[in-house]
Design a protein around this ligand. Structure first.
Ligand SMILES: [Zn+2]
Length: 461
């Protein structure tokens, strides 16, 4: 066993980045496990892999990394990170993905960051991709990355950015700008809603992903060569997908549609749950203010406790247990012991005390402080036939436009429109043009729907 400190690549220019990546030939021995914990032979600034590609070419899988021998740049120091980020600033975009764990914690634990700058060959298979390892590089500062996030001339490209952005926002208080999300763009370009990365890789990059590493534990070290390759694939193909979708958007002129969707992702409110407001996420159909007061106090305690101890909400109490307690209103440990749904952890002294205090506060809450039940929604007079008509109109419109229906309006939106509600996102901006204006005309009886061949058409009446 031979341990070599991972260092930033000796070559510090961009040219160095591009040439240091892949090497062929040479008769090195395969797979040593270094003190750093990588399966592979470490060299300055990275790990050299060979002969560990058991899945290569099997079942039509195409590994995304290069050739038979791959040199993966693994960043574990602030200097190396700064070097890559500085290089990335010279490019129009950088693709980014993260691997994290969240099962056992309230806040996600960042395990790996993958980044790639545009491919030099244009095939999407080559070019510069790196792994940033915050676990091996414990002392590494993320400041160079945040600096890249703030660099206006480089677009930061993610797929389904939400959870990645949450991690960076929680840890660094920063959002990447400008931001591009290929999942959002795909929805606008007719690939359906919430389309997976894999699907886009297949449809746009014409490659198949090897998925064996998908559900591995990313916090464990050593990472295997397969894990690292899998992780890199998340950013290498993303370049092809981004370039394709960006060109599509330029053609169909829908960049604004995407930007509007992205605003939600860069709004701090999307990621911050204050204990005070946590009750709004608990689904209940109650019309009792007192019951809501109990839900509010219990949810406040749960959120506060989970955040302070960094444990998932469900470890304190699940929603069904919370609702049970809101209705049984336990006053003693003994009462708590009779709960059907509370887990053992929930009966531990600190949590038990918190629950009892929350119940007491809920019971004693003054009527004027109690949350108001959403009576508007409850009393909404939906005309189901009209809602169905609107559904058909939305389907026809979204098919014509080649976008996912949900991008324009949700099922709840349609119900609201059918109930006479007019203060809705789906009735404003480009959505009004695409659907909303006709939806209102339909409600007013000014247009009708008819079928011609395979198409549903709108006619004036
Ligand atoms: Zn990933």
């Amino acid at each position: 066993m031979r341990a070599i400190e991972a260092r930033p690549a000796a070559s510090s220019t961009l040219g160095g980045w591009l040439t240091a990546r892949v090497r062929s030939g040479g008769r090195e021995e395969a797979s040593e496990r270094s003190a750093r914990g990588y399966l592979g032979r470490e060299e300055a600034g990275g790990v050299f892999f060979e002969g560990r590609r058991a899945y290569s070419g099997k079942n039509g899988m195409t590994p995304c990394a290069l050739g038979r021998k791959t040199f993966m740049q693994i960043i574990t120091t602030t200097d190396a990170l700064a070097e890559f980020c500085t290089a990335a600033k010279e490019h129009p975009y950088v693709t980014i993905d993260t691997e994290f764990l969240r099962e056992r914690t309230y806040w996600s634990k960042l395990c790996l960051i993958q980044m790639a700058i545009p491919a030099t060959s244009g095939t999407g298979k080559e070019g510069d991709a790196v792994l940033v390892d915050p676990i091996a590089g414990e002392a590494m500062s993320m400041e160079p990355l945040y600096d890249l996030f703030r660099h206006k001339h480089t677009v930061k490209v993610f797929h389904a950015a939400r959870q990645d952005l949450e991690i960076f926002f929680v840890e660094g208080g920063v959002f990447p700008e400008p931001l591009f999300d290929t999942q959002v763009a795909a929805m606008v370009c007719g690939f359906g809603e919430q389309v997976g990365y894999e699907t886009l890789v297949k449809k746009i990059a014409k490659e198949n992903l090897d998925k064996t590493s998908r559900f591995t534990d990313w916090s464990r070290r050593p990472l295997s060569a397969a894990q690292m390759e899998y992780a890199l694939c998340d950013v290498t193909h993303l370049r092809v997908i981004y370039e394709f979708l960006a060109a599509q958007l330029a053609k169909n002129g829908r960049q604004l549609w995407v930007e509007e969707e992205l605003q939600v992702l860069t709004n701090p409110a999307t990621y911050t749950v204050t204990p005070e407001d946590a009750w709004m996420r608990v689904k209940t159909r109650t019309t009792s203010g007192r019951f809501l007061a109990l839900v509010k106090e219990l949810a406040r305690f749960r959120e506060d406790y989970s955040q302070k101890h960094n444990v998932p909400r469900s470890r304190v109490m699940k929603d069904d247990a919370l609702l049970e307690l809101a209705s049984t209103r336990p006053q003693t440990y003994e009462d708590l012991g009779r709960s059907r749904l509370l887990q053992r952890e929930g009966r531990k002294s600190e949590i038990a005390d918190g629950i009892l205090a929350a119940v007491k506060a809920g019971v004693e809450m003054r009527p004027e402080d109690m949350p108001k039940p959403d009576l508007a929604r409850e009393q909404m007079q939906v005309n189901p036939a009209l809602a169905d008509l609107l559904r058909v109109l939305l389907k026809a419109k979204s098919e014509q436009l080649g976008v996912a229906p949900k991008l324009i309006a949700s099922a709840a939106d349609l119900d609201s429109i059918a109930a006479g509600e007019r203060d809705l996102e789906s009735l404003r901006g480009w959505r009004a043009e695409a659907f909303g204006d006709d939806a209102l005309r339909l409600c007013r009886g000014e247009i009708a729907l008819t079928a011609k061949g395979n198409d549903v058409r709108v006619i004036r009446v």
